[in-house]
Design a protein around this ligand. Structure first.
Ligand code: ZN
Ligand code: ZN
Length: 356
């Protein structure tokens, strides 16, 4: 019998931009859920937006709320259905945030990231750290639909990156990438760099990346051809590098109106722009060019069915995320960690939070 306290420390958002570490009850689990002791939760680019209240009434649906979705941990209790499915205490797991209802037509097709019952808890949908409580806490309640066991000798902290890496992998896959293809990546944030590492692991030709500052230097150090977008016209620079043809696979990881426009203009005739950046303003796309040159623009949400290959790529050393893992803080220092992440201070890229 595992002894544990029935209270835990958790980051609790009480209003936009207002949060504190509170003592709260350890969550109760049921059905296909397990309770996990959290090892690591990484700060995701979405977290500051959730904390600032950029998605009112949606992420989170209400206050108080505990965010956090890029996490790993160890199972300490399993609900009856989870136990029947073979989940047990001691299982070492990493997680994704989406839990499809499992019954709608999209879930039936494996497209649980666009579940038709999104946000409907009665019908079994969850999104941990977005609409249902997340992992900036000592314990995490999660449906086993969102969990993946990791090999015994795979590091738990490292495994907490499976969520963002599998999003990067999905973005590459959706560009209809094939080995040898040249790739252009817009943005040198964590998602841009993870997309670079995936494309390289999958046998890309040239990987060109547009960004700035220390992060661009890091991308170049990891093998990309860099374009500093503050000093160069990205579209012109790409055309100069490609005999005017553009690049067949463009991965949009910056999320600004300008970057999305540049992505659509730097794509080759017949090229694909695969997007994960979410612009806040209307990007006013170059539609005429896209129609006449058959440039495709593909939206991507999260990481359906790409966590297992991402784990394999990390475990086998096909991608090495270590240069991106820059800082570690205890949960009690979350405010300092968030401030460093938002200010991109001290070369920060992926920041690990340790609740236990
Ligand atoms: Zn995330
Ligand atoms: Zn569904």
């Amino acid at each position: 019998m595992l002894m544990r306290s029935d209270v835990m420390e958790a980051l609790v958002l009480t209003a936009p931009r207002e949060f504190e570490i509170q003592e709260v009850p350890v969550p109760e689990i049921e059905g296909d859920e397990v309770l996990c002791k959290v090892d690591t939760t990484f700060i995701c680019g979405t977290d500051p937006h959730i904390i600032q209240g950029d998605f009112p009434g949606f992420w989170p649906p209400a206050f108080p709320f505990t965010p956090g979705h890029e996490w790993s941990g160890t199972v300490v209790d399993a609900g009856p259905k989870a136990a029947a499915l073979g989940w047990k205490n001691g299982d070492r797991v990493c997680a994704i945030s989406h839990v499809g209802c499992g019954y709608c037509r999209n879930c039936m097709k494996g497209r649980y990231n666009i579940c038709l019952n999104y946000g409907d808890l009665e019908k079994g949908h969850r999104q941990h750290g977005h609409i249902t409580p997340g992992a900036y806490a000592q314990y995490m309640r999660a449906s086993v639909k969102s969990l993946y066991r990791i090999p015994d000798d795979m590091d738990l902290e490292y495994s907490a990156c499976v969520d963002p890496l599998s999003i990067a992998l999905y973005t590459v896959n959706r560009s209809r990438f094939e080995p040898g293809d040249d790739v252009l990546i817009m943005g040198t944030g964590p998602q841009g760099l993870m997309a670079q590492l995936c494309a390289q692991a999958m046998g890309a030709g040239r990987v060109i990346i547009a960004g700035s500052g220390e992060r661009l230097k890091l991308a170049v150090g990891l093998g990309a051809v860099g374009i500093d977008y503050r000093e160069n016209d990205v579209v012109e620079a790409v055309r100069d590098m490609t005999d005017g043809l553009g690049v067949p696979r463009v991965l949009e990881c910056a999320g600004t109106a300008k970057a999305i426009n540049d992505a659509c203009l730097a794509a080759s005739k017949g090229g694909v722009v695969s997007m994960i950046g979410i612009p806040h303003e209307d990007p006013g796309l170059p539609i005429k060019r896209m129609v006449l040159d058959e440039v495709e623009l593909i939206g991507n949400r999260a990481n359906p069915n790409t966590a297992e290959p991402a784990i394999a790529m990390m475990y086998e050393g096909r991608v090495n995320l270590k240069p991106l893992l820059t800082h570690t803080f205890p949960l009690s220092d979350f405010a300092t960690a968030l401030d460093m992440y938002e200010g991109r201070r001290d070369g920060s890229m992926k920041i690990a939070i340790k609740p236990n």
